[in-house]
Write a new protein. Structure first.
Length: 276
């Protein structure tokens, strides 16, 4: 068992209570989750919702790491945000590292998510983490996920299997990353790709409606990376992962990071990136 109660705001009690509306009484089929130490409403859910405590996720993730038995040298970090409503558990494996190009290291990482407000379903995923600039190397090809709603059939013990399977994918990914470093791309095509697949503001892939500020942000990252890496897909990839990972200026950085990582994963799996 782990005890981070002195340094992390995640180890608190949350209880289920009936939903009461003044003048109407109890609302059938609904229940509220309330943080007992502050009497704060954490979320309202259907009666089928199963509360999964942050404590279950933190200790479950630690036990999954031990069961997977892939490393004994790792950093285990717990992040709780939005008044305790959302949880992120991040495990960085210091001895499981790839080197796509000389001097450029990517470490294996496992991350678990949970929430009391329903914004984040329970999820366990694995990806890479570029050590030089602290970029999370997200992509559909690399990320292996266990995702589940908070219902009666949730089984967090699958996390160990996910981590093991993801490690094999991580090892195979090194060849793909190395291929990115040998490619050549044109900046005008990179800009079109960013517009259509990353900062587009419509549900369809289009470069006609896009977030200009975020486009300039991405292009600035790309220009910086291509000066050191060359005009290739590795520079594009690092610009994307930098944009998705470095979100401290956002109101709730962890929420913004999750949204951007999804956008990046979808963009990386697109034909447009393959043909870049």
């Amino acid at each position: 068992m782990l005890d981070f109660s002195q340094t992390n705001d995640w180890n608190f009690e949350v209880e289920e209570r009936p939903v009461l509306v003044e003048g109407l009484g109890r609302i059938e089929g609904k229940k509220a989750l309330v943080r007992t130490d502050t009497n704060t409403l954490m979320g309202v859910h259907s009666e089928n919702y199963r509360k999964i405590s942050h404590d279950e996720i933190v200790n479950g993730q630690y036990e999954a790491i031990k069961e997977a038995n892939i490393s004994h040298d790792f950093d285990f970090k717990v992040h709780c945000v939005d008044g305790g409503r959302k949880l992120k558990v991040e495990v960085l494996f210091n001895d499981l590292v790839q080197e796509p190009i000389r001097g450029d290291y990517v470490s294996f990482r496992a991350t678990a998510f949970n929430s009391y407000d329903g914004a984040w379903a329970y999820q366990n995923q694995a990806d890479g983490f570029r050590l030089e600039c602290l970029n999370g190397m997200v992509s559909n090809a690399l990320i292996s996920k266990v995702w589940a709603r908070h219902t009666s059939n949730l089984n967090i013990e699958n996390a160990a299997k996910t981590i093991k399977n993801s490690l094999e994918i991580f090892h195979n990914q090194n060849e793909i990353w190395a291929g990115y470093t040998k490619s050549k791309v044109q900046r005008e095509n990179v800009e079109k790709f960013f517009k259509a697949r990353v900062v587009n503001m419509s549900q369809k892939s289009s470069d006609e409606l896009f977030n200009k500020r975020q486009l300039n942000n991405l292009l600035g990252h790309y220009d910086e990376y291509q000066r050191g890496m060359g005009g290739n897909k590795w520079a594009v990839y690092n610009a994307l992962t930098h944009w998705s990972t470095h979100t401290n200026a956002a109101k709730v950085p962890e929420v913004t990071t999750r949204y951007r990582e999804k956008k990046v994963a979808e963009a990386m799996s697109s034909r447009m990136f393959a043909e870049l």
